[in-house]
Design a protein around this ligand. Structure first.
Ligand SMILES: *[C@@H]1O[C@H](CO)[C@@H](O)[C@H](O)[C@H]1NC(C)=O
Ligand SMILES: *[C@@H]1O[C@H](CO)[C@@H](O)[C@H](O)[C@H]1NC(C)=O
Ligand SMILES: *[C@@H]1O[C@H](CO)[C@@H](O)[C@H](O)[C@H]1NC(C)=O
Ligand SMILES: *[C@@H]1O[C@H](CO)[C@@H](O)[C@H](O)[C@H]1NC(C)=O
Length: 451
């Protein structure tokens, strides 16, 4: 319950003052419940039983609903702002688990009618046997996700998904003796607003990862509180996660997706598979044939190199998993389809392309796949920004005119860049093949955990 802002401090102090009477109430309640048991044997306890009921009613009434989006806080702390989150177990993204000692054993209850305004939705903490009036109890574990980005853009969505993948992976990998980590349902929020699902690619990935269908709690546009028997809340995407946990989570997702799609591991280490993943429309290459030719020529100079071209827009989820699992070098222009890089083997290579204008004006966000490659254990081999194109002199904002332009090519530059990347990749794979023992060990570790 550590808080930074003063206003909050006061608020928290106020809530702290409430704790002793509440605890007292719980003690009374527990005691009277026991007495209640005897009262059925000794009729003289009937009055006390009524008193227990009275205490339960008071506890029930003490559950206070607060706005789910606390506008006094900054974006990553406004969701359930009165409860602090921790990186527990060690190395995980910051989370809150309900019920736990942090919540004094209380469950998370949400009254969330709004899909447009997070301040109209509310949360309360309540003991299981004194839930708010009319509340509906949902059994099992709920994954509650709040993201300042969204659950539809592939890259943004995967940032929200990763902490849950890690949470679930830990349960699977560490096995017996741990609490349930498979979600019975998901509750999705963006700025405290209810969301009804993730995009299909993300849903497929989440389902492959957890091994169960994604059931989304919609709250039915209703004020009726929904209380979760257990809930894990992530509200800051990957913040707090160690690099080791991050890589392990990506390994787990990759392995689960491959298993789901029937991909068999173990390609030929003397092969270098290069894939050009084309886009249609926005940020497509102007001359796909010419681009293919350049990379094909360079590929032909490397023994065992094979070039494949594909188009992301008509590939199913499993098509994408299959294609990327066998890809050593991914060549693609900046866009959501690049998120598929998570299915490549670790240490695979990515070459990225942008239209004119992005380098100067798109800001840090243009590097998401560079960061993404690094997080997932891949090698981003650099980017090419098209230097040619009409200027945008009266462009009111950074990307209004440049954003979705098509991309040209530079044969000489592409050729020498590709030669370098293909050769290095080949060398790395050969080196890896030489250290087979180590890689087999690693594969076994992943497989055990994944199966
Ligand atoms: C959803 O709410 C409506 C009224 O708001 C109600 O009639 C309906 O039964 C509710 N559905 C569920 C599944 O709770
Ligand atoms: C993708 O679309 C192209 C034409 O647009 C078609 O030739 C190809 O068969 C499609 N592939 C799949 C897997 O549907
Ligand atoms: C390369 O791609 C082919 C299919 O085009 C696949 O059969 C093979 O397993 C891939 N090789 C590696 C090392 O992934
Ligand atoms: C990735 O490459 C580095 C060397 O660049 C190597 O140390 C590491 O073991 C490789 N990892 C995997 C999973 O192949």
């Amino acid at each position: 319950m550590k808080k930074s802002s003063n206003a909050h401090h006061k608020h928290v102090k106020g809530s702290l003052c409430l704790i002793p009477p509440l605890l007292l109430a719980v003690l009374f309640y527990l005691q009277f419940q026991t007495l209640g048991f005897f009262s059925s044997i000794f009729p003289c306890g009937a009055g006390q039983s009524a008193a227990a009921g009275d205490y339960i009613d008071r506890l029930r009434a003490s559950a206070t609903f607060l706005p789910l989006k606390d506008t006094r806080e900054w974006a990553e702390a406004w969701f359930i702002s009165n409860v602090g989150d921790t990186s527990e177990p060690e190395g995980e993204a910051k989370n809150i688990f309900f019920p736990s000692p942090v919540t004094d054993g209380r469950l998370l209850c949400l009254s969330a009618p709004s899909r447009r305004d997070g301040t109209k939705n509310a949360y309360a903490l309540a003991w299981r046997d004194a839930l708010p009036d009319d509340a509906e109890l949902r059994t099992g574990l709920a994954y509650v996700s709040e993201t300042a980005y969204d659950h539809s853009n592939l890259w943004h969505g995967i940032s929200a998904l990763i902490p849950f993948a890690s949470w679930h992976a830990r349960g699977v990998c560490e096995g017996r003796g741990r609490r349930e980590t498979t979600p019975a349902r998901w509750a999705l929020f963006h700025h405290g607003e209810v969301r009804l699902g993730m995009s299909p690619w993300l849903t497929s990935l989440a389902e492959a990862t957890t091994g169960v269908d994604m059931v989304v709690e919609t709250f039915n546009a209703s004020y009726t509180p929904v209380c979760f028997e257990e809930a894990v809340v992530f509200r800051r995407n990957m913040a707090g996660m160690t690099r080791e946990r991050l890589l392990a989570a990506f390994d787990f997702m990759r392995c689960k997706a491959r298993a789901q799609c029937g991909v068999v591991d173990g390609g030929d280490p003397s092969v270098v598979n290069v894939t050009i993943l084309f886009r249609t429309g926005a940020r497509a290459f102007k001359d796909e044939a010419a681009v293919t030719r350049v990379f094909q020529n360079e590929c032909a100079r490397v023994a065992g190199c094979k070039l494949t071209t594909a188009r992301s827009d008509n590939l199913t989820f499993c098509d994408q998993v299959r294609l990327m699992s066998g890809t050593d070098v991914l060549i693609s222009s900046h866009g959501a389809q690049m998120t598929n890089l998570v299915f490549m083997e670790r240490n695979s290579s990515i070459m990225e392309f942008y239209p004119k204008g992005w380098r100067e004006r798109a800001g840090g966000g243009q590097f998401v796949y560079r960061w993404g490659a690094d997080r997932a254990g891949m090698r981003h081999e650099g980017s090419w920004w098209d230097p040619n194109g009409e200027p945008c002199p009266n462009s009111p904002d950074i990307l209004s005119c440049y954003k979705n332009r098509q991309i040209g090519h530079d044969e000489a530059y592409f050729a020498q860049w590709a030669a370098k990347v293909f050769a290095a990749n080949k060398e790395r794979k050969a080196g890896l093949a030489a250290g087979v023992a180590a890689s087999t060990r690693q594969r076994e570790a992943t497989t055990t955990c994944c199966s």
